[in-house]
Design a protein around this ligand. Structure first.
Ligand SMILES: Nc1nc2c(c(=O)[nH]1)N[C@H]1C(S)=C(S)[C@@H](COP(=O)(O)OP(=O)(O)OC[C@H]3O[C@@H](n4cnc5c(=O)[nH]c(N)nc54)[C@H](O)[C@@H]3O)O[C@H]1N2
Ligand SMILES: Nc1nc2c(c(=O)[nH]1)N[C@H]1C(S)=C(S)[C@@H](COP(=O)(O)OP(=O)(O)OC[C@H]3O[C@@H](n4cnc5c(=O)[nH]c(N)nc54)[C@H](O)[C@@H]3O)O[C@H]1N2
Ligand code: SF4
Ligand SMILES: [Mo]
Length: 662
């Protein structure tokens, strides 16, 4: 049976494709157990779009001229080498893709590092990198700790700043199975989400006040002695600092900041603590703030206080893109080698270098994806090679990104479509889509799954790994003569001791392989002393507080049938039918004050600019405006970054006015 991995979200469903009919059926085994959401069901539609890129293109003045693969790769390699000669390797940056396979991400970071730079990053930076930094500090590893199957056995599920009913619909099956068993479902969000409809406790919080709520829950857990003393004593450090820090975060104080009644906070704290086991699942509502890392630490503290680790609980930073977890594990991040190993780990770095046939690799952290634009403006960065990423739409305050893209000496875009970003490119390379190539992908639960090739590459497109292998050779780098994709799989397997005994065949024929293993930290943490860290965190203000001029708070959210920058979903006719028009949610009282009725056109303005869309009245608390992030939101979002380099997509000061025309 030939299965492919769904090209959309990080839940990682597998699809069975009937080759002749181009029909999709859900895989009956793990992880999707016979389920799919509409995006997976219609995943083949964009593959057949007539907009697919057909052949390599080169910009000449205002037109694009086709050229052969040999010519294109040769010219690109020469220009990259020339730029390195003139300005050094750090004048070049590579953006990897959470849409391409492990093998392809592995090759791209190998190219970057052998070329001489750690300027290699991917959209994890815009997404869960704050979770990675927080998890590394608290428990020593940077990913989801438990498999999905554990969710259904826990007695409580705390869902925080995360809306799986729209963003990972199939995981709802696991959550609802837990609920049917009697588990309590608690949802914390800044608006009434579809996920909240299934919750026992619905906490609608003011944007950016999550630390205060988490600390208040910790305050109750500690104050009422509901924590797991044995676990805290035996397996963690930092308890007394956290106890001190949360003392002032009483439920009453938290009520005044978050808007959630003190009694509700107490009840939720008791319910979660007394459940005896629990999962904490979180998403962009926590990470996309200047306090992203601290937000996540505050929530991890709750799991550590209660001993909700291993058999009794799990930390679930639910990953976004279908291979964002794999891109990270393969080392497509500017501060980590493969396996999230720090660049400063000399033993591992030298081992990787020797596997690649060189003495050593660069040790300075590279630029974050979100730092590239200023580096271009400063004149430090001259060339950018982008694979499967659309920063002209997905980056915060995209006007400055578009300005930077125009300034580059060399911009290469390797994608399946002529994206908004590709419009600025000097060279455009057509990649084959997911089902036209094979390779492995890693889902949010760290399950590596094989995706089979079920059809021929479209037109003159090539699988990303073939393009990258050609580029590696043209750059004169050692070790890019792969006869097939499996040779790359075997090469990355050698970097992980847990994979040394495993075979590619096993990966192709079963339900995948967990890396490093299914469940983490049951007995010990991956910190130097084996103990987890409880980290005391204080309230941090958003970068751009509302004021008289911009009195409302703008947040950006996702919708079920849309996906990120829309390149794929907008080319899927069945999804377009399901979409409906994106609306700006505004509270009843704010709407009344501004004379806005349901369906009116409104203009939303921040310090960066304005956009227009129709309003939908209701669903958000007073003072909050929520718009879909897809397509144009980033004209006006805040570019402030947190410690992990993620923009504050979820908090900008804004104002809204009614328009008479679109
Ligand atoms: N249909 C669909 N599915 C997707 C995607 C898609 O574009 N469309 N994208 C994929 C990707 S890349 C990702 S990263 C995941 C993201 O998946 P999610 O994290 O679920 O996505 P978001 O809707 O961005 O944000 C989650 C929630 O955070 C809430 N929120 C906003 N501000 C705050 C705050 O200050 N505090 C709290 N507590 N909550 C807040 C929002 O109201 C929203 O409901 O989805 C993946 N799946
Ligand atoms: N305002 C606001 N902005 C946000 C967010 C938010 O919540 N609010 N969320 C952020 C998050 S979490 C994320 S992950 C980013 C997502 O930002 P992006 O990653 O830029 O968005 P996508 O639309 O997923 O872009 C993926 C690209 O990969 C291409 N592609 C698909 N398959 C292949 C393939 O096989 N090969 C190649 N070469 N290309 C392929 C697609 O055509 C598309 O151009 O957006 C971020 N931006
Ligand atoms: S839940 Fe995610 S992986 Fe599954 S079909 Fe939907 S988009 Fe694809
Ligand atoms: Mo994401």
């Amino acid at each position: 049976m030939k299965t492919v991995v769904c090209p959309y979200c990080g839940f990682g469903c597998r699809l069975i494709i009937d080759r002749d009919g181009w029909k999709v059926k859900p895989y009956p085994g793990e992880p999707n157990r016979g389920k799919l959401c509409p995006k997976g069901l219609y995943a083949l539609e964009f593959v057949r779009s007539k907009d697919r890129l057909k052949r390599p293109l080169k910009r000449e003045g205002s037109s694009l001229r086709p050229l052969s693969w040999g010519q294109a790769i040769g010219e690109i390699a020469n220009e990259l080498l020339e730029i390195r000669e003139l300005y050094g390797p750090d004048a070049v940056a590579f953006i990897a893709s959470s849409k391409i396979s492990n093998e392809e991400n592995y090759l791209l970071q190998k190219i970057a590092r052998l070329f001489g730079t750690n300027n290699i990053d991917n959209c994890a930076r815009l997404c869960h990198e704050a979770s990675v930094h927080a998890l590394k500090l608290a428990v020593g590893t940077g990913a989801q700790t438990n498999p999905y199957e554990d969710i259904e056995n826990f007695n409580a599920v705390l869902i925080w700043g995360y809306n799986p009913a729209e963003t990972h619909p199939v995981v709802m099956d696991y959550i609802l199975k837990a609920k049917r068993r009697g588990a309590k479902i608690i949802v914390v969000d800044v608006r009434e989400t579809r996920t909240m409809a299934f919750a026992d406790y619905r906490l609608v919080i003011k944007p950016g006040t999550d630390i205060v709520l988490a600390n208040a829950i910790a305050n109750v857990i500690i104050g009422e002695e509901l924590y797991d003393e044995e676990f805290v004593k035996g397996r963690t450090r930092g308890f007394s600092e956290v106890r001190m820090a949360v003392m002032k975060y009483t439920p009453e104080y938290a009520e005044s900041v978050t808007g959630i009644p003190a009694e509700a906070i107490r009840e939720v704290a008791r319910t979660f603590a007394l459940a005896g086991s629990g999962a904490i699942m979180w998403g962009m509502g926590l990470t996309q703030h200047v306090s992203g890392v601290e937000n996540v630490l505050a929530v991890i503290n709750l799991a550590l206080l209660l001993g909700y680790i291993g058999e009794k609980g799990g930390l679930y930073p639910m990953r976004g893109q279908n291979n964002v977890q794999g891109a990270a594990y393969m080392g497509a991040l500017s501060e980590f080698l493969p396996g999230y190993v720090p660049l400063t780990d000399e033993r591992f770095r030298k081992r990787v270098a020797s596997l690649w046939g060189v003495d050593d690799l660069p040790t300075e952290r590279g630029l974050y994806l979100t730092e590239l634009w200023e580096a271009i403006e400063r004149g430090d960065l001259k060339a950018l090679y982008i694979v499967g990423e659309n920063p002209a739409v997905s980056e915060a305050d995209f006007t400055r990104v578009r300005r930077a893209l125009r300034k580059l000496d060399l911009l290469v875009v390797q994608d399946i479509f002529m994206t908004r970003t590709a419009r600025y490119a000097h060279y455009i390379l057509p990649a084959s889509a997911f089902c036209e190539k094979e390779g492995s992908y890693m889902n949010s639960e760290r399950r590596i799954q094989w995706s089979h090739r079920v059809c021929e590459p479209y037109a003159d497109s090539k699988p990303d790994w073939e393009i990258l292998a050609m580029l590696g050779r043209a750059l004169g780098l050692p070790g890019f003569t792969y006869a097939g994709v499996e040779e790359i799989t075997a090469e990355y397997f050698r970097l992980f001791p847990e994979l040394e005994e495993r075979s590619v065949d096993e990966l192709k024929n079963g339900d995948g392989i967990f890396l490093p293993r299914k469940r983490l930290h049951t007995w010990e943490f991956a910190t130097p002393d084996g103990k987890a860290r409880l980290v005391a965190v204080e309230r941090i203000s958003p970068w751009e507080g509302p004021n008289e001029e911009f009195p409302l708070v703008l947040t950006t959210v996702r919708l079920m049938s849309h996906y990120n920058t829309g390149e794929m979903t907008l080319r899927s006719p069945s999804l377009v039918k399901l979409m409906g028009e994106p609306r700006a949610l505004i509270n009843e009282r704010d709407a009344e004050r501004l004379g806005i009725r349901d369906g009116d056109w409104v203009e939303i303005e921040t310090r960066r600019g304005r956009i227009r869309m129709r309003a939908k009245v209701g669903g958000v608390p007073e003072g909050v405006v929520a718009i879909p992030f897809h397509f144009k939101a980033n004209r006006i979002t805040s570019p402030a970054l947190n410690k992990a380099g993620t923009p504050e997509f979820k908090f900008s000061a804004c104002r809204v006015r009614k328009m008479n025309t679109p």
